[in-house]
Write a protein that binds this ligand. Structure first.
Ligand code: BGC
Length: 794
């Protein structure tokens, strides 16, 4: 604890006080944002175009001023102390750019402010500024190189579109690029985008350089300057495979309003492309160029550790990422040709310098989930017998086999139970001798009702109000059971939800996302603390000024676990410093399809990378005592009709792709909270899904933190327990807290709906124990935060 307090003090001294509320980013937060923005940038093409130094350059495109810093919605809406545009970054750092042109864009942008729209109707791009042939010709007299900046954004509640201005370039952008080509020696593009877009235009337009800088938060301008000028050597790697939209395997099964059957199964992203469609890849997963060249030599390889010698063979310093992939024998289940099982980034290597990078691997990461029983081990993680091959290299395509390990027999890695199996029949993609075949997906066999009844626990015998306070609990004068025993049904109900006033509760710091804990007077009389929540992935979303960090994709593309942890520690510090407690981040759903509107917040198409980056992020957030909430558990893979949509998928895909990242980060970083998603999973909403929440998260993974809903739930009656509906249904599944606390609209807006009291009183309802369990997790989290505050005060 002392270490934490000392670190807090150091950070406090570090705070730069500039904006009106006196709250701005610390020097270290700004520095790390700049570094992560730069080191997450991915250099995709470079025909002697970048870096640009000691030579003039003409920069086109309004996004040099109207830069996209982050996406929209709860993951973007941060009150940053400043936002440094790309143009400002270039000017401030002295890039030799054509200022006549730059000032034209500045002026034009000032007079043509984009319409920022409203919730769910935000612009996906900004109409390009007109630029005349004369202006282009004039600029080409002063510089040989031209950069065109392309900007895109997306957000919550809506998808990106397979249209111009979203996935594709607009006609205006293409027209400008054509005219630049006709006038300049070399033309490059900078992509200021939230997550991947079409990149096949690069070849068609015959460009000379392409740098993807994502949305770098408030330091975007500095970060882009650093990479463009060569001050930082690009070392970001793609966290997604780039292909044409129609070539993604999920494309035919994405975006339906009601339900989408995940027929591509485990063949998401590079697992599909590297197995079945290598020629359809525009840029492979893990790809990214540098201004130098590195050699890689595996000097030691065993089944749990690899040592790889990386040498910088070029003239400039830089970092490289060593990536390790595995290939399991195809066996009876069918396997993808590559699966990421390890990665490490080097330190900065000077020209000629070499380093040995050690990477721990676990071959069990190559196990498959047998949901059909074809291997003889139904509902188990199995390593089928045969030859396991390990590859080391630079990306999912460019890697070499360094080790083979043979298993004579199947290995049962873990026996599980059937959980959340599909109820509707559909066919899924399977690899049979490298050919795609579609086979029936095994459907549900267990009875939900029996399962839940079998798992019920004993009630804590209620007592009268003994006058115990939360302080007594903290001081160890009473046990958790004794404290809970004296709570009434109404008090227990109140502990299992947020405040009835909803978001921005008056009980906590302004701009909060909602509170839970001491949300009623009788609870506060018992000194139960009010626990404050705030969004989100790219910064602390409160009324106060807080740092706007690079977006999730940029963070994942750094492939740098240490950097992410240092960066998110800054964010975690701000959570506490601004008076909040529970951060609603990271968002870590899988990029199943490139058009999902929230991909910018999430990390990757790959569960291993997602899990590892999330783990680092959580460790940083929780370093100073804030809580991290991993979300959205699970399968929030599209935004269309997100409250009603049903993600229909096999248990295998659920386990290997959509839950694996959560499993990794829960094990490694122990986040305090999990947030369920809005969507249904195989016919049942995530927050009502006992098998997902209690079956997997609690019972199988042993998660000991608090589980909350996403903001508001859809009212629904349980089909298999007569008197269980709405909030009682949610409690029965094992979700502890309904956020933000009452319905947004309708007859129960601002009120308790009565479903819990009714269900506890009924034979066919819920037990007191289930409700008491909710209180236990809320109180335990409250104790953590109160301890921290007490420690800080003393
Ligand atoms: C989002 C969550 C967010 C919550 C609170 C919801 O709309 O899906 O990610 O944390 O709002 O703002």
């Amino acid at each position: 604890m002392e270490e934490v307090i000392q670190a807090l003090q150091v950070l406090e001294q570090d705070m730069v006080k500039e904006v009106e509320d006196g709250l701005t980013s610390s020097e270290s937060a700004m520095k790390l944002c700049r570094q992560a923005g730069a080191e997450g940038s991915v250099l995709l093409e470079n025909n002697e175009f970048f870096p640009i130094k000691d030579e003039p350059v003409a920069v086109f495109g309004r996004c040099q001023w109207d830069t996209f810093y982050v996406g929209y919605g709860s993951g973007g809406d941060i009150r940053a102390p400043y936002r440094l545009s790309i143009a400002e970054g270039f000017i401030q750092n002295g890039l030799d750019m054509d200022m006549e042109l730059c000032n034209y864009y500045k002026e034009w942008s000032a007079h043509n402010r984009p319409d920022e729209g409203s919730w769910g109707n935000w612009p996906m791009y900004y109409e390009e500024a007109p630029i005349s042939d004369e202006q282009i010709a004039n600029a080409s007299k002063k510089a040989k190189k031209a950069i065109m900046i392309i900007g895109r954004a997306a957000g919550e509640d809506r998808e990106s579109l397979p249209e111009e201005g979203s996935w594709y370039l607009t006609k205006a952008e293409i027209d400008i690029i054509h005219r630049l080509k006709a006038n300049f020696d070399k033309v490059g593009v900078i992509l200021n985008i939230g997550s991947i877009m079409d990149m096949s235009f690069y070849e068609e337009l015959k460009l000379d350089g392409m740098l993807c800088v994502w949305q770098g938060g408030q330091e975007t301008g500095n970060a882009v300057y650093d990479v463009v000028s060569g001050k930082i050597n690009p070392c970001g790697k793609l966290s997604d495979t780039v292909a044409r939209i129609e070539d993604y395997p999920s494309n035919p099964y994405f975006g339906d309003r009601d339900a989408n059957a995940y027929a591509e199964d485990i063949y998401v992203g590079y697992r599909y492309f590297e197995t079945f469609a290598r020629d359809k890849v525009v840029y492979p997963f893990g790809y990214g160029l540098s201004y130098t060249t590195f050699s890689m030599e595996t000097v030691e390889a065993s089944s749990n550790k690899l040592c790889v010698k990386v040498k910088n063979n070029g003239d400039v310093s830089g970092k490289e990422v060593v990536q390790v992939y595995g290939k399991a024998p195809n066996g009876l289940l069918g396997k993808p040709a590559r699966q990421l099982i390890g990665f490490e980034k080097t330190k900065v290597l000077e020209p000629g310098e070499a380093v040995i990078v050690e990477i721990q691997i676990d071959l069990q990461d190559l196990a498959s989930y047998d949901d059909s029983g074809v291997t003889g081990h139904k509902n188990a993680w199995v390593m089928e017998k045969g030859c396991y091959r390990i590859f080391v290299g630079r990306n999912a395509r460019n890697c070499e086999a360094v080790l083979t390990v043979d298993y004579d027999e199947d290995v049962i890695v873990k026996q599980c139970q059937e959980n959340s199996a599909p109820v509707v029949e559909f066919k899924r993609m399977v690899n049979r001798d490298k050919q795609i075949v579609f086979e029936d997906v095994p459907t549900r066999t267990v009875d939900k009702r029996e399962r839940i009844l079998a798992g019920l626990k004993e009630d804590i015998e209620p007592t009268e109000d003994k006058g115990y306070t939360f302080d007594d609990l903290m001081d160890g004068k009473v046990t958790m059971e004794e404290f809970i025993a004296q709570l009434t049904i109404d008090e227990l109900e109140a502990l299992s939800r947020g405040s009835l006033e909803g978001m921005d509760s008056a009980l906590a710091v302004k701009g909060n996302a909602g509170v839970f804990g001491g949300v009623e007077e009788s609870l506060r009389q018992k000194k139960i603390p009010v626990i404050c929540t705030d969004d989100g992935p790219s910064g602390v979303r409160l009324q106060a000024h807080t740092t706007l960090f690079p977006n999730g994709v940029a963070l994942a593309c750094t492939f740098d676990k240490e950097l992410i942890q240092s960066l998110s520690a800054e964010q975690g510090f701000e959570v506490v410093d601004r008076g909040s407690m529970v951060l609603l981040a990271p968002g870590m759903n899988i990029h199943r399809h490139p058009l999902c509107g929230r991909n910018f917040e999430y990390f990757s198409e790959d569960p291993f990378l997602t899990g590892k980056i999330a783990a680092s992020y959580i460790k940083g957030i929780q370093k100073f005592g804030a809580s991290s909430t991993v979300k959205h558990f699970a399968c929030n893979n599209q935004e269309t009709h997100r409250h009603m949509n049903d993600s229909i998928l096999s248990q295998r895909a659920l386990r290997e792709i959509y839950l694996k990242g959560f499993e990794i980060c829960l094990r490694e970083a122990k986040p305090d909270c999990v947030m369920t998603s809005y969507n249904k999973i195989n016919g049942e909403w995530a927050y009502n899904n006992y098998e997902l929440v209690t079956g997997i998260l609690r019972d199988e993974w042993g998660f000991e933190g608090l589980i909350m809903t996403d903001w508001w739930i859809v009212r629904s009656a349980c089909e298999y327990f007569k008197d269980v509906r709405d909030q009682a249904y949610r409690v029965r599944s094992g979700v502890n807290v309904f956020m933000p606390g009452s319905d947004r609209v309708g007859p129960y807006a601002g009120l308790v709906d009565g479903s819990i009291a009714e269900a506890v009183a009924s034979e066919e309802g819920i037990t007191l124990a289930e409700l008491q369990l909710c209180a236990k997790y809320v109180l335990a989290l409250g104790m953590k935060h109160m301890r921290r505050l007490h420690d800080k005060e003393n």
